[in-house]
Design a protein around this ligand. Structure first.
Ligand code: 2E4
Ligand code: SF4
Length: 335
């Protein structure tokens, strides 16, 4: 029976949302490595920027570190996985120097950007990287090339004030998780000043970022509140919050778990927009819809702007390892 004392709420649920192919692959690599080699498996940096995923993997025997030097001497024979965000060239070099066995879970689309940056450099171009300072993907991409070969451009103002220090031609690449709109502005500013600037062969903002932003744009107009499931250190999730506000949501917030929601602050709403960053498991989306269902008479409407079929296989060395149904549910974000 419907509870007519509860106010009706339309939840506009974005599709695509949540895990992308690169995240799925990275989590699979850790789970498969644990199956094949037993615990502990070290992981350098959060495999993806999500606490629920990290804690789930810790419970299975993964140990998260920031630098390879944190691996205790007696565990030097244990595998170490590099996170989906990619690593500077110095990291695999350091792993080899320490005789460590490493598995690289860098998303293939991040590796592609690394190759594009290396190609610019090989062709004698100075590389401009559009991205956010301090983010691990930016550190990894800059670290593909020697010191001084890459200049980071974070804003349109920086694009306008950048002064080349040589007459080398210019080439650009971008972080994979940027705002499509902001990046277009930065690239326009660069192209106006440097008409000869060379673009990468293919777009470096990835398909998952673009699709999630498109779906948020379609769902945001007129939403009283827009929630994005994701972590504060998740670049792609934070971009979705910005996109929702720009596309007409009255306000937009990042949320990690249903327990965090301040219900007094939510107040009396009629339309909720809901999406999830590429590192946020679907089980938390379900949890949040259920929490709204306890307080409102919820109708879910799907705002679907694309169907994704991308699937990135894990490295050959792990393909023979079998996963149980429970493992698969975790890898897919459903448990
Ligand atoms: C690697 C590349 O980069 P971001 O902070 O958005 O990472 P997150 O772990 O939240 O999402 C997965 C991912 C990983 C995205 N791009
Ligand atoms: Fe790869 Fe894009 Fe997913 Fe990042 S958001 S892991 S680049 S598919």
């Amino acid at each position: 029976m419907l509870d007519h004392t509860r106010k009706p709420l339309t939840v506009r649920l974005c599709g695509p949302r949540g895990f992308c192919a690169g995240v799925d692959r990275a989590i699979q690599i850790v789970v498969l490595a644990l199956k094949k080699h037993g615990a502990p498996v070290y992981v350098r940096h959060e495999i993806v920027h999500n606490r629920y995923v990290v804690e789930g993997l810790q419970a299975k025997g993964a140990v998260f570190i920031e630098e390879l030097g944190e691996i205790p001497h007696e565990h030097r024979d244990r595998p170490v996985v590099f996170s989906a965000h990619g690593v500077p060239k110095s990291v695999p070099a350091d792993a080899e120097a320490r005789n460590l066995f490493y598995l690289d879970a860098t998303c293939p689309l991040v590796s592609k950007v690394h190759k594009q940056a290396m190609r610019h450099h090989r062709l004698g171009r100075h590389v401009l990287l559009v991205g956010h300072a301090g983010h691990p993907e930016v550190i990894g991409t800059m670290g593909q090339l020697p010191e001084g070969a890459v200049t980071l451009v974070e804003t349109e103002e920086q694009a306008r004030s950048f002064e080349p220090t040589s007459d080398a031609p210019l080439g650009f690449v971008t972080q994979t998780t940027l705002s499509v709109e902001d990046t277009a502005g930065i690239l326009r500013a660069l192209a106006e000043r440097f008409p000869g600037i060379q673009a990468p062969a293919a777009e470096s903002i990835c398909y998952a970022t673009t699709n999630r932003q498109d779906a948020v744009k379609a769902a945001a107009a007129g939403a009283d509140l827009f929630l994005v499931v994701g972590a504060p250190n998740s670049s792609n999730s934070r971009r979705l919050v910005e996109v929702a506000e720009r596309a007409g949501a009255k306000r937009s917030l990042l949320v990690q778990r249903a327990a965090e929601i301040d219900w007094d602050d939510v107040g009396d709403i009629g339309v909720l927009g809901l999406s999830a960053g590429a590192s946020a498991p679907e089980i938390i989306v379900d949890e949040i819809i259920a929490a709204f269902g306890e307080r409102f008479d919820v109708t879910v409407e799907l705002a679907e702007t694309a169907i994704e079929t991308e699937d990135f296989p894990v490295m050959r060395a792990l393909r023979d390892v079998e996963l149980t149904a429970a493992d698969m549910a975790f890898v897919n974000g459903n448990a």
